[in-house]
Write a protein that binds this ligand. Structure first.
Ligand SMILES: [Zn+2]
Length: 170
């Protein structure tokens, strides 16, 4: 009986409901306010294509970019949470949104565990692509060292990749 402590689902009991325990940032990093049931998400790109609008599909699933200064959230100041438009996962708080004047909604921090990074070598550049950690949809890019805010990071995110849920009473 030496394998009792390996990968058993009962090894520890998370305080949160199971089913949403994806933790790419460490056990303390996730705080799922809204459980996204991954089993209901599309498993093929054809399924995503049906579920999303053509522009959403192009950006979210094909790593496209919306034209600058055209997205609905570029100048939005409404308090609330920005969700992944593909799967509903909470990604960014309006508290971390700032005016970068770059043409896309910009945040200096993501919600813990909400996103993942992929090296992007397209267009002759090396950039850090930002994707939804749950459904792997493209959100935008992260840039560091620009000194916009004390956190010194800019998550440059397509409006079409997100849905704003206004804060209660806002
Ligand atoms: Zn997602």
């Amino acid at each position: 009986m030496t394998d009792a402590h390996t990968r058993g689902p009962t090894r520890y009991a998370p305080a949160v409901r199971s089913g949403q325990e994806r933790t790419d940032g460490g056990p303390e990093s996730y705080r799922w306010g809204m459980a996204v049931d991954k089993s209901t998400l599309p498993t093929t790109e054809d399924e995503w294509r049906v579920r999303l609008s053509p522009e959403e599909f192009r950006v979210l699933r094909q790593a496209g970019t919306e034209a600058p200064f055209t997205g609905e959230y570029v100048d939005t100041k409404t308090p609330g949470l920005y969700h992944c438009r593909a799967c509903g996962t909470e990604l960014f708080s309006s508290d971390t949104k700032f005016d970068s004047h770059c043409g896309w909604p910009s945040f200096d921090e993501a919600l813990p565990g909400a996103i993942k990074y992929v090296e992007d070598r397209s267009h002759g550049m090396v950039r850090v692509e930002v994707r939804c950690a749950v459904c792997d949809s493209h959100l935008g890019h992260r840039f560091d060292g620009e000194h916009y805010t004390p956190k010194n990071a800019r998550y440059c995110i397509n409006s079409v990749s997100m849905t704003l849920e206004p804060r209660e009473g806002a």
